[in-house]
Write a protein that binds this ligand. Structure first.
Ligand code: CP
Length: 321
């Protein structure tokens, strides 16, 4: 299959199964390269990637940098905290300023849902959404899918429980879209206070307790309590939340005996997940998710800027396989 042709990667919603499979297949190519001594190729030599993160990140920002450098690209990590954003420059003026320096791609994380989409309309380079508010985090869902596919062979027919703070989670939204596009069934599990009111419109099963939510699932995907997005009280106390919704070995028994444990990170141990479960090497694939993140981001960069790109139109003009 040839590379999917994408001008930007703003979300999973609306992608075809073929595009998702194509990106996952492409990612597979990079796993061995990343495990070898010689990790560098020159596919993106001469290209420039700018990381523009308005929210904190360890995994996403670092792995985009690693991914771009392993393909030979130049990478600039813009430090928002010391930039002219602090003097009042707007997101769009910042983006257009960076765009004038003719980057090939801007990787953006922003606290407002929709901000990355808006920015993509103002620049003529590729834009990758590295997480926008509570909306989407497409490369996280792709790396989760790659991790599952390598462990289970396919996503088709799997039953996946996404547990915890569904309301504030862009990871949940991107995963719900991707898993359903690829033929998996999705349950969301959490307290009513952390469940979006219209979540059933996304075609998921909604469960308010771990016993029914985890029953017979193939994958248990835990989410962090996103206290930075909460205004007011959403859980009575951390200890009570952990008692009812924290994943430990007792609750894990509700799932299939070989169910995989996933978490996008960063983890809050003792809040949504017990250390013994997180570190259970037979079941937990949390570090594998991080590893797959580099391969997926290499694939996304290749798909978006790997061919000839007309910097005047921003359209990929030769992203051939
Ligand atoms: N999963 C994830 O997005 O992690 P970071 O916030 O560390 O990038």
């Amino acid at each position: 299959m040839g590379l999917p042709r994408l001008p930007h990667l703003l979300g999973i919603e609306g992608l075809s199964p073929e595009t998702i499979s194509g990106l996952l297949d492409l990612s597979e190519n990079y796993i061995d390269q990343n495990r070898s001594i010689d990790k560098r190729r020159d596919m993106l030599a001469g290209r420039t990637v700018i990381n523009l993160f308005f929210e904190n990140s360890t995994r996403t920002r670092t792995s985009f940098e690693v991914a771009a450098k392993r393909l030979g690209s130049d990478v600039i990590n813009m430090d928002v905290a010391t930039s002219s954003v602090r003097k009042g420059e707007t997101l769009l003026d910042t983006a257009m300023t960076l765009n004038a320096m003719r980057p090939d791609a801007i990787v953006v994380r922003h606290q407002e849902s929709g901000a990355v989409n808006l920015l993509s309309q103002k620049v003529n380079c590729a834009v990758i959404n590295a997480g926008d508010g509570q909306h989407e985090h497409p490369t996280q869902a792709l790396l989760d899918a790659l991790t599952i596919r390598r462990r289970r062979g396919s996503l088709q027919g799997l039953l996946v429980a996404i547990c915890g703070d569904i309301m504030h989670s862009r990871v949940a939204r991107s995963n719900i879209h991707l898993l359903q596009i690829m033929g998996a069934r999705v349950r969301v599990v959490g307290p009513p206070t952390l469940m979006p009111t219209d979540i059933d419109k996304m075609g998921v099963e909604v469960h308010y307790n771990m016993k029914s939510g985890l029953a017979d699932v193939d994958i248990v995907m835990m989410l962090r309590l996103q206290t930075e997005r909460m205004q007011g009280t959403f859980v009575p106390s951390i200890s009570e939340y952990f008692r009812f919704f924290g994943l430990d070995h007792e609750k894990l028994k509700f799932a299939k005996p070989d169910a995989l444990i996933m978490h996008p990170g960063p983890m809050n141990r003792g809040v949504e997940i017990d250390s013994e479960v997180a570190d259970d090497l037979d079941r937990s694939v949390i570090h594998e998710q991080v590893e797959m993140g580099v391969a997926v981001r290499m694939a996304c960069l290749e798909a978006l800027i790997g061919g000839r790109r007309n910097t005047a139109t921003g359209l990929a003009a030769g992203a051939a396989a």
